[in-house]
Design a protein around this ligand. Sequence first.
Ligand code: ADE
Ligand code: ZN
Length: 342
Amino acid sequence: MKNQLATRDFINGLPKAELHLHLEGTLEPELKLALAQKNGVDIGQTTIAEVQASYNFNSLASFLAVYYPAMDVLQTEADFYQLAMAYLTKAHQENIRYTELFFDPQAHMARGIAFETVVNGFHRACVDAHAFNVDAHLIMCFLRDLSAESARQLLETAKPYQAKILGIGLDSDEHHNPPLKFLREYGEAVAQGYRITMHADIDQVDSIQHIQQALEIIRVERLDHGTNIVENPDLVDWVAQLKIGLTSCPLSNRLVADDMKDQEVLNLIDHDVKVSINSDDPAYFGGYINDNYEAIANANQLTIDQVVTFAKNSFETAWISDVQKATYLTEIDEYVENYLKD
Ligand code: ADE
Ligand code: ZN
């Protein structure tokens, strides 16, 4: 019966897409320490316990203050490959069939790492993941607390590698960094053929104005987080009608905003908004995608039908063809049918 409660076992086997995942946010303490040692980088911690003790954040800004320095351990193309491959292996275990992965080249270039080192390492892992049937693509993010000029230069630098990058995103500190700061760069990205999305982080100063700029002026195809739209019924209608995806991340919300924002997610689902469940920075926020599905399912006693809606939304709002969408949706239906038979 599709109205039976969704268990972890059901969630584990459910085919799904992950659309909001920062590759640098998958750097687990073990790999961080191993790369620090290999590359002779002093990160100020030498044990897993010490690394974990440094994860004491309660806001986006305090999280980013831990997140960026950790990237120092990533030095060579092989390091970037190893990081992405560790995530993609995990994605396979979690029955992620398709994923679009954020990465932050400016954070690496600022510390002297070449763009090609980053993109080639990450992209090679995406290609190799096809061997275990995970279809992975890259979304290059502009860091919104850097200048528009820096984002423009990044687009230029990326030109020879464009075939390796599917879309453009916007992340980092949203405070005083509105979408319109990057209006021209987003226009240029669309002209170059990139798909576009951007973060609208939880409970930011001017959240609604930022979301309006993103949706109505820049016309992004998805919003990352973005659940503050519940405050404005016109925006809810807009995203529902245009089938704009919202990529929600319950465990990350719980750490930076003290609330999974599950009531907002369920309210938006009731209004036919295409919300999906994702893991954001799983090495820092305490769980991968199935942990995120389980957290929202358990807290709200969600049924199989409700959880299936999240997974279907993830494929419906992915940057794939209608034929691919139909194939994945059929895979979900077959999984549910078999699951209920057993
Ligand atoms: N960079 C990595 N994770 C992020 C998040 N959740 N919001 C903004 N920037 C980020
Ligand atoms: Zn994010």
